[in-house]
Design a protein. Sequence first.
Length: 360
Amino acid sequence: MDCTAAGCLPTYIVLGAGKTGTSSLYGYLSGHPSILPAVQKQVHYYKYSYSSGQKWYRAQFPPASSFSESASPPVIATGEAAPGYLPYPYAAARIRADYPSLSVKLITSVRHPLERAFSSYKYTYLPGASGKKSGYVVPFATFLSAELDFLESDCLSPGGLAELAAGGEAYGGPAEIRPRHNVVQGCYELPSASAAKAKRAGPGGQWAGIKAEHPDAILNAGAEYLTAALVGRGLYSYQLSWYAGAFPKDSLYVICSEGLREDPAWEMERLGSWMGIEAGWGDWGEIVKVGAFNVGGGGEGYTKVTEWEKAGQVGLHDVAEMGLGEELMARVREVVRAERARLNEMREQGLFWGEDCGWE
Ligand SMILES: Nc1ncnc2c1ncn2[C@@H]1O[C@H](COP(=O)(O)OS(=O)(=O)O)[C@@H](OP(=O)(O)O)[C@H]1O
């Protein structure tokens, strides 16, 4: 471990994309006797608090005296999970700069992009969840359709916003790991010259048609960073490619959130052994019995645990409830198929550990 008088750097970091099961992942890891939690799940250092400095960051984790390789069981790991790291290439560059020996273990969970999008949408816009602003509540299908148009025409097209925003100030990292696509920032967030160049208003360009038709549409309710890119955040492969470029192949572990729902003990055993946690040191089966974290979102939902019996089909929504017509559903499936194929291609190149998530 990298410890100084100021404290220890985490041995693992969960790179969240938002709404992909990271609260459970962090909750289970923190439940193991060989892994100590941070002072809070969402330290957010590499996104919001980098200017606080590394001394501050080290103080977010237990001191060196808390770890011992000779204890029984050994206590050898600590870490944090943040929903906002994966989509931002500057987070990859910052993490790399903080770990010159590239020794940190990077874990991310990916979830069926449609389920992820609906979870974000519900969390922010549905009555009760949003309730923050009054106005026209844009149906999920309308958001999706507008975003798919935008992805095709402006964002992912050759020379589009995602490419234009790769590198440059938004990134700020070394040239050799410069991303080829910066989807979330480039297409949804930067009020940049690149957006103007592509003749979009940006940010919010994906909503141009919705704004014109419904001037009272609620667009920026609450966690806008989660909802501006309902589909874009689920294009994990583009985001993972920065980490794959910045770290050795065996530093990255990708877990399917569907696996974490269906057989959490097995998933955690596999992940634990990749992290160097030996089988006899703790009982993952017992640890995951606690339930599922952050089901249905809400406030600081990442600390909320729902017993498995009450959680129902965690992370599986009724497609009928989403209100997508056949044509839109077919478009979504095409995007999901392409994303699954890109992830599998990276996996086959040995870029990260994990399995095909089997998304349809
Ligand atoms: N064990 C397990 N396996 C798979 N999926 C799970 C699990 N536990 C929680 N969840 C679902 O993950 C969603 C919350 O994700 P996050 O914790 O990453 O959200 S956040 O971005 O930190 O707010 C949230 O999805 P929704 O309920 O659809 O909102 C959780 O239900």
